[in-house]
Design a binder for this molecule. Structure first.
Ligand SMILES: NC(=O)c1ccc[n+]([C@@H]2O[C@H](COP(=O)([O-])OP(=O)(O)OC[C@H]3O[C@@H](n4cnc5c(N)ncnc54)[C@H](OP(=O)(O)O)[C@@H]3O)[C@@H](O)[C@H]2O)c1
Length: 383
């Protein structure tokens, strides 16, 4: 893409990943132009972004009702229409939870280049999305630091690796006992030691559900069986993941924990761009890198996610939906931290899987899981 300006649409522009994507765009105004922005409810920030980047298309929740601020006067389109618009070269999908699914599907069907942060959509509908991506020659480029690391390690390799190792910081509670975990507060869970992220993904990182979703995401992105994907706790978040090959050679990608690096790599791929705003690795930290196993008793969400991924069908969609409800119930202080895994497990146990689901069946499973989770919490459970 040397010399060509890439036209970007950024869905979730007001979130953590969306804002960091705009920082990358600011650093390379001659390489990237923003032509579409989509947000949820943070209209003030969206209006400032519209004013700075002057996109042609915009979306925000409730925007259809006509109550649009005067400073957001560009064409209003749905996230699906923005994601599939012929003028868009690359769509960044950085909305949270379920809201990424339909725009991802639209982008895939339109054969777009997609920089994907929203792992939930690929987890819920991985089989359909990867199949449609193949049929429509869409390119899904990972933004998650772990998957970007694996993708970078695979460059120039013709043979499939035999093992992927995803690193996990272990979150703020990696030294906690099971009993201490039940007393964790929302404030403690939102203090992630190495990454700044949105609230839901920060809670998912503390439970390690995020890592479980990433295992399923890696399964689909790299076409690897679950038994060949491992997780290692690496609290320093410097080694972003590792790939092992048939001859025993292991490649890793290292860098400071800064999402702007994987975002930039996906946007400029296959080129690398020099960005003066990105911190360089300080080699003094290298003597202190550690790696360890996850304690499955302390982090049951990792096991639940991998089991759901292995079972397949509608289980991963149910996992994502139940987890989204559970994380939000914890954030609104209606269940305790350890209640997140309990609730997700109860919903998964109730589920009757649909094998090879279509998109409608995935969406129905999602709705069922949300209703079932709320019923458990309100004491009106179906059991
Ligand atoms: N943050 C990270 O470091 C990181 C790393 C890897 C992957 N991810 C993944 O990236 C995704 C986003 O994470 P994040 O940390 O950026 O989350 P976040 O800060 O909570 O941002 C979510 C974004 O989605 C928007 N949004 C929510 N519902 C929407 C809807 N129905 N329609 C349109 N926009 C909607 C929000 O808009 P408003 O704020 O305007 O309501 C916001 O812009 C998640 O799937 C996460 O797992 C994040």
């Amino acid at each position: 893409m040397t010399g060509v300006i890439k036209q970007l649409a950024i869905l979730g522009s007001t979130g953590s990943i969306g804002q960091q994507t705009l920082e990358v765009v600011r650093a390379f105004p001659h390489r990237f132009r923003v032509i579409g922005l989509a947000a949820g409810k943070n209209i003030d920030l969206l209006a400032r972004q519209v004013n700075e980047f002057r996109p042609r298309f915009v979306y925000f929740q409730d925007g259809k009702s006509g109550q649009r601020p005067a400073d957001i006067n560009c064409e209003f389109l749905s996230p699906e229409d923005i994601a599939s618009h012929p003028r868009v070269d690359t769509v960044v999908i950085a909305t949270s939870g379920k809201s990424g699914l339909l725009p991802l599907m639209a982008a895939v069907k339109a054969g777009k280049e997609i920089a994907l942060a929203n792992k939930e959509s690929l987890v819920a509908a991985g089989e359909i999305i990867t199949r449609e991506a193949g049929l429509n020659k869409a390119l899904i480029l990972p933004l998650d630091s772990e998957h970007s690391a694996i993708w970078q390690c695979l460059q120039g390799e013709n043979q499939k690796p035999i093992r992927l190792v995803l690193t996990a910081s272990g979150g703020p509670f990696r030294h906690y006992s099971k009993s201490r975990l039940s007393k964790v507060t929302v404030e403690q869970a939102l203090k992630h030691p190495s990454w700044r992220m949105g609230r839901k993904v920060t809670v998912d990182s503390a439970t390690l559900m995020n890592k479980g979703l990433e295992v399923i995401e890696a399964h689909w992105l790299f076409d690897m069986p679950f038994e060949s994907i491992e997780v290692l706790v690496h609290p320093q978040s410097i080694v972003h993941s590792l790939v092992e090959f048939v001859d025993g050679s292991v490649k890793a990608q290292l860098g400071c924990p800064d999402m702007r690096l994987p975002i930039q790599y996906a946007l400029s791929y296959p080129e690398r761009l020099p960005n003066p705003h990105l911190e360089r690795l300080n080699w003094d930290v290298m003597s202190n890198l550690t790696f360890g196993q996850v304690d499955p008793d302390v982090f049951p969400c990792l096991r639940l996610a991998i089991e759901a991924g292995r079972k397949g069908g509608t289980y991963p969609a149910v996992l994502c939906a139940a987890d989204e409800v559970a994380a939000n119930l914890f954030l609104s202080r209606r269940i305790e931290f350890t209640g997140i895994a309990r609730l997700v497990e109860q919903v998964l146990e109730r589920h009757q899987m649909v094998v090879c689901p279509d998109l409608d069946e995935i969406i129905s499973a999602d709705v069922w899981a949300r209703e079932t989770a709320y019923r458990f919490v309100s004491g009106d459970s179906p059991c």
